[in-house]
Design a protein around this ligand. Sequence first.
Ligand code: PLP
Length: 426
Amino acid sequence: MTAYKDRSREELLQEKELLEAKFQEIKGKGLKLDMSRGKPSEAQLNLSMGMMDVLNSTTDLRCSVGVDCRNYGVLDGIPEAKELLADMTEVSPDNIIIYGNSSLNVMYDTVARSMTHGVCGSTPWCKLDEVKFLCPVPGYDRHFAITEYFGIKMINIPMTESGPDMDLVEQYVNNDPSVKGIWCVPKYSNPQGITYSDETVLRFARLKPAAEDFRIYWDNAYGIHHLYEDKQDNLIEILMACKQEGNPDMVFKFCSTSKVSFPGSGVAAIGASKRNIDFIKQQMTIQTIGHDKLNQLRHVRFFKDIHGMVLHMRKHADILRPKFETVLNGLKNELGGLEIGSWLEPRGGYFISFDALPGCAKAIVAKAKEAGLVMTPAGATFPYGKDPQDSNIRIAPSYPTPEELAVAVELFVLCVKLVSIDKILE
Ligand code: PLP
């Protein structure tokens, strides 16, 4: 396959004519396809339907310490739910608080509390002239939306294949006291599917923050979301690493079962040091008398323990793997060698990240929409929705059926080719 950049103008125009005809043919079909949001498919949701049967009107609804889960009480989660989510996030049950149904909500709450009441006794961020967050890019749009909402200045940190550029992270965190946090998706990251290397995690643990209230926002949303049994990424557990490096309070770990059981009806948690946990609980006592214990009980009775959860995740993988492979094969077969885009092959998570030629992402997404394929808006993977290169596009293969996905990928690569030719001919 000759790279487009090495073809003559006539060759490119000829190729464009063929591609345009194909595009019009597909457009004529009036398709309605969506590769935009990382939602589990119906088949995946069906895997957890047994959860609907574990509690009924005759079930004993008391948790392991005898509390009736129908009633008020137990602020930080029933012990068996703490154990399950602690195992899921590889921390001790003493270092975890169970929240409601959404980890994003916990992250929002954590930033909001830091704005109004500070972090473990430090000055509330709203009283400071400037608060900054580091944002590894490309990253998760909803993280960036939270910090933007609170007027926190976001600084792009480029991702490498082993995690964020740690030279830059160290430079900012260790020297600038207005840098209060960094958004991290350390395993099978959104959107690239990158897992932070051992060295990256250890460099995080060894940071010497200029701000005493600096925290790493470690959103391990895809911690157990492998695609393969024989090829899995491993991530060093950061809470212990920070403790060993003399920074026990530097990290907040977030997790949920949104993409294990039901998004929107899962269980979320925060993992942190005892000092952080105690501080958070002071606010929680004002905020709620306790979260949904029946849902916590339902999850524990369905999964039983972490082994049950791991087996369950294999069923998700069996559904997701062929979808990822459809997309990756489509990209490789149709774009390989053309030098008009690059991508990684993730071993887990929910996304594939595609980097088009600079200046092409918006046009590709618009072209796909024209023929009925909805993609995540270009720019969404960057703070303020601004991709300086206009290059990154997030592909979410989970929701469409395999048949729909095959058509969607065919259309996507067509759009990439057409827009790239226009760019090269400019
Ligand atoms: N964190 C990341 C990195 C995500 O990709 C998502 C969903 O796509 C979430 C958090 C949302 O989590 P929750 O459903 O627990 O709010």
